[in-house]
Design a protein around this ligand. Structure first.
Ligand SMILES: NC(=O)c1ccc[n+]([C@@H]2O[C@H](COP(=O)([O-])OP(=O)(O)OC[C@H]3O[C@@H](n4cnc5c(N)ncnc54)[C@H](OP(=O)(O)O)[C@@H]3O)[C@@H](O)[C@H]2O)c1
Length: 232
C-alpha cells in the first residue's frame, strides 16, 4: 500500500486528507504537537483498516522530522509527503507595523525551513517510489496582498518558491503547491477571530487533493477551488 507522511494531521485539513487517504487504503505517518489529540485522531483513522503511525512532535525539530521519515521507512517507504503544519506568526493576525519579529521568525521556521528539512529527509524514499509526490499546503495570502496577512503570506510565498524550484530539480517527482482556499478550522479562527462568515469544512476541499493524486498533473501551483470547479 502507498505511504503518506502528513504533518499537522490531528485536525483540520491534515486530518481530513489523512482520513480520505485511509479510506483509499494508504498507510499513514502523522504528526502534530498535541499528543492526546493526535492519538485520538490516529485511533479513529485506524478503523479504516490501514496502518497509522502517530508521532507527536514539532516539525521544527530535526530529530522529529527524521523520526517521521524513519517511521515511513518501516511501513515500506514514502510515496507522498504533505507539508501541512503551519504557523501564523501572530494570533490574531496584525498589521506589519506591529508584527512581532519573533512571530515572523516562527512562521518562517515552521512554514518554510521545517518544510524543506522534511523534504530533504524524505527525498531518498520519495525518489525510490514509483509515484513520489510532495504537496506544500500554501495559501491565497502567498499571492495576494491582504492587510494583516503579510508575515504569514510572506512565509507561504517563500514556501511556494521553494516548491516551484523543487519541481524543476526533481523531474521524477510531482511537486505541487496547493492553495486550499478558506476553511473553517482552528487556524482560521485564530487568524481572524471576529470573522463570522461561513467557510467550507476542510473535508470539502479534500477532493481537490485527491484529484492531483489521481491525475498527476505537472508540478506547479494549484488552487483547490479551481480544481474543484474543473471537476464538476
Ligand atoms: N483554514 C484556512 O482557511 C486556510 C487557508 C489557506 C491555507 N491554509 C493552510 O492549510 C493548512 C492546514 O491548516 P488548518 O486550517 O487545517 O489548521 P488547523 O485546523 O489549525 O490544523 C493545524 C494542524 O497542524 C498542527 N501543527 C501546528 N503547528 C505544528 C508544528 N509546529 N508541528 C507539528 N504540527 C503542527 C496542529 O496540531 P498542534 O497544534 O497540536 O500541533 C494541527 O494538527 C496550513 O498549512 C494552513 O496554512 C488554511
Amino acid at each position: 500500500m502507498p505511504v503518506a507522511i502528513i504533518t499537522g494531521a490531528s485536525k483540520g485539513l491534515g486530518r481530513a486528507l489523512a482520513e480520505a487517504l485511509a479510506v483509499r487504503g494508504w498507510d499513514l505517518v502523522l504528526d502534530a504537537r498535541t499528543a492526546e489529540v493526535l492519538a485520538r485522531t490516529a485511533a479513529e483513522l485506524e478503523r479504516h483498516g490501514t496502518r497509522v503511525r502517530a508521532l507527536p512532535g514539532d516539525v521544527t525539530d530535526a530529530g522529529h522530522r527524521a523520526g517521521l521519515v524513519a517511521t515511513a521507512g518501516t511501513l515500506g517507504g514514502a510515496d507522498l509527503l504533505v507539508n501541512n503544519a503551519s504557523a501564523l506568526g501572530a494570533e490574531p493576525l496584525v498589521r506589519l507595523e506591529g508584527l512581532p519579529l519573533e512571530g515572523l521568525r516562527r512562521a518562517l521556521e515552521v512554514n518554510v525551513v521545517a518544510a524543506l528539512g522534511l523534504v530533504q529527509e524524505a527525498l531518498p524514499l520519495l525518489r525510490a517510489s514509483r509515484a513520489g509526490a510532495v504537496i506544500a499546503v500554501s495559501s491565497d495570502a502567498a499571492a495576494e496582498a491582504y492587510e494583516t496577512w503579510g508575515g504569514y503570506g510572506a512565509s507561504k510565498a517563500a514556501l511556494d518558491h521553494l516548491t516551484a524550484v523543487l519541481g524543476e530539480e526533481e523531474p521524477g517527482l510531482r511537486v505541487w503547491a496547493v492553495d486550499p482556499g478558506d476553511m473553517a478550522t482552528d487556524l482560521y479562527a485564530a487568524a481572524v477571530p471576529d470573522d463570522d462568515d461561513p467557510r467550507p469544512a476542510p473535508a470539502a476541499v479534500v477532493p481537490a487533493f485527491l484529484r492531483l493524486l489521481d491525475e498527476r498533473p505537472a508540478s506547479g501551483r494549484y488552487s483547490a477551488p479551481s480544481l474543484l470547479e474543473q471537476g464538476r
